[in-house]
Design a protein around this ligand. Structure first.
Ligand code: ZN
Length: 280
């Protein structure tokens, strides 16, 4: 499932191809992708110019300007298997396409989605999807002091807490497992037991892991993820624990175990990440 680095990579590669372009015509093969009302979606985005592209959490946002006053943003969530590609309109439509935005320069921005959980939405100036999101991990708002205070306040197991988008935006299964291993915290550690020093270390590690993953255009271990240019990303070669159950920990040689935490497959080195019952 695409997480922050994959969504950021997709946004960065699509941005120069769509910003400044006007959406001339919309096609859709799966109404649920656009919240069920294809005509309303088409009315909201047709004739609009794309003025900017950015990312918030796991959402890609295209800012819109033009006659349809109701639509100021188009939001794209890739969910499990969503992808964006930009191709010449005269070419055959790509497999699995759900939404096609035909642009005024002879290209089409396609949203492809095998599993059909992805969403493409039109929004006015306010974006309700963003109302409850936690801070961006790569922003200056997110640091060790903020993280420590927030962990103390929650008293939840670390893994589900870090996956909770209202706590911190953009992380998913892969980058949480990798970050917790890097700082030696067990996924079931109660957040209130994490020391200030551990929180400071974890904040730095999360920033480093995400930045490195963006540098490598994300990772595609167990998903359909491909960049808009068709590349799988290469961060999967850097994985320390994710998907490595049964293999030796690269740091200590202990066999990596797979647990289920909050219904999510979770990868852990029992030696690097001991579960301590008392305050460290
Ligand atoms: Zn280890």
């Amino acid at each position: 499932m695409p997480e922050l680095p994959e969504v950021e990579t997709t946004m960065r590669l699509v941005r120069p191809l769509v910003v400044g372009r006007t959406i001339q015509r919309v096609e859709c093969t799966w109404p649920r992708t656009v919240e069920g009302d294809v005509k309303a979606f088409a009315r909201a985005v047709q004739g609009q110019r794309i003025t900017q592209a950015w990312r918030r959490a796991k959402w890609i946002v295209l800012d819109l300007e033009g006659p349809a006053r109701a639509a100021r943003h188009m939001l794209v969530h890739l969910r499990m298997t969503g992808r964006l590609v930009v191709e010449p309109t005269r070419q055959a439509a790509p497999a699995w396409w759900k939404v096609g935005l035909h642009l005024d320069d002879g290209h089409t921005l396609w949203f492809l989605d095998v599993r059909k959980f992805g969403r493409v939405l039109a929004r006015s100036a306010s974006i309700p999807e963003f109302a409850d999101l936690g801070p961006e991990p790569l922003s200056s708002t997110f640091d060790g002091a903020w993280l420590h205070t927030s962990l103390q306040a929650r008293r939840r197991a670390m893994k589900p807490l870090l996956l909770d988008q209202t706590f911190l935006a953009g992380l998913g299964n892969i980058y949480v497992d990798e970050s917790l291993h890097a700082v030696g915290l067990h996924p079931l550690t109660n957040s209130a037991r994490v020391s200030l020093q551990q929180a400071q270390e974890l904040a730095l590690v999360i920033k480093r892991v995400l930045a490195e993953a963006i540098e490598r255009e994300g990772s595609s271990f167990d998903s359909f993820y491909r960049t808009p240019e068709g590349n799988p990303g290469s961060y999967q070669a850097q994985f320390q624990v994710y998907g490595r159950d049964g293999q030796a920990c690269r740091r200590c040689g202990t066999t990596i175990k797979k647990l289920v935490v909050g219904q999510r497959g979770t990868h852990v080195c029992p030696r690097c990440q001991p579960l301590r019952q008392k305050r460290n």
